[in-house]
Write a protein that binds this ligand. Structure first.
Ligand SMILES: [Mg+2]
Length: 223
């Protein structure tokens, strides 16, 4: 199995939403400074960009020529951010999963790397495939999954591993339902990590929390 983990609200769960909220606050400040409006208006602009462009960053790039690295440098200032708590139980869980573990995130790598270091799980992660490597076009764009597969095909041999012959052996865990559909179309195994009751036909497994992965691993690896 090749394990691909989304970072935000997947490796750390909904009970630590304050982590994402702290980043969100920085994004609104960046919008405020770029657009030249007040904080309340910045929130409206963000909602508008999210609807029209998929992400705030995509909207900023299209409408204001924002340099994505400048955006991430600003929002990732550590002194303004909250990070997930130490999670030795997650480290043990990750280490128990046979096969390589990668992060597949729509953020820039330094955000997930800092968070994983706070959680103490970084030693169980073999690499981060981030939005920068995706050419700033992330999940659920088809191109992101194409690039991920190509990256794996290059990365795995350097670890003495082979690209799985059966795509079912690539497992994506993500709290975002829409990110799982393209993965399913490619034949990957999809795990929806979210306490919601929503689901979709392209979800193979639904668990409320990362730690519940323990419950499904026995059936998942037998497929
Ligand atoms: Mg997420």
């Amino acid at each position: 199995m090749v394990w691909l983990f989304d970072y935000d609200l997947t490796l750390y769960g909904a009970e630590e939403r304050c982590v994402l909220n702290s980043l969100d606050h920085r994004i609104s400040l960046f919008v405020q400074k770029t657009v030249g409006c007040d904080f309340e208006m910045a929130h409206k602009v963000r909602t508008d960009y999210l609807e029209r462009f998929g992400t705030t960053l995509a909207g900023l790039m299209a409408m204001h020529g924002t340099d994505p690295d400048e955006f991430f440098d600003f929002i990732h200032e550590p002194e303004y951010l909250i990070y997930p708590k130490k999670a030795p139980e997650k480290l043990a869980l990750l280490k128990s999963l046979e096969g390589p573990h990668f992060v597949f995130t729509n953020g820039r790598h330094d955000w997930s790397e800092a968070g994983m270091s706070h959680m103490g799980i970084d030693s169980a992660i073999d690499g981060v495939f981030d939005l920068k490597l995706l050419g700033w076009e992330g999940k659920p764009h088809e191109s992101a999954y194409d690039k991920m597969e190509r990256w794996l095909a290059q990365k795995l041999p350097t670890m003495g591993l082979e690209m799985p012959e059966n795509k079912r052996d690539i497992v994506l865990l993500d709290d975002g339902l829409r990110n799982l559909e393209p993965a399913h179309r490619r034949g990957w195994t999809t795990v929806f990590v979210n306490p919601t009751t929503d689901s979709a036909p392209y979800v193979d497994y639904h668990i409320p929390h990362l730690m519940n992965l323990r419950d499904i691993v026995p059936t998942l690896i037998k497929m």
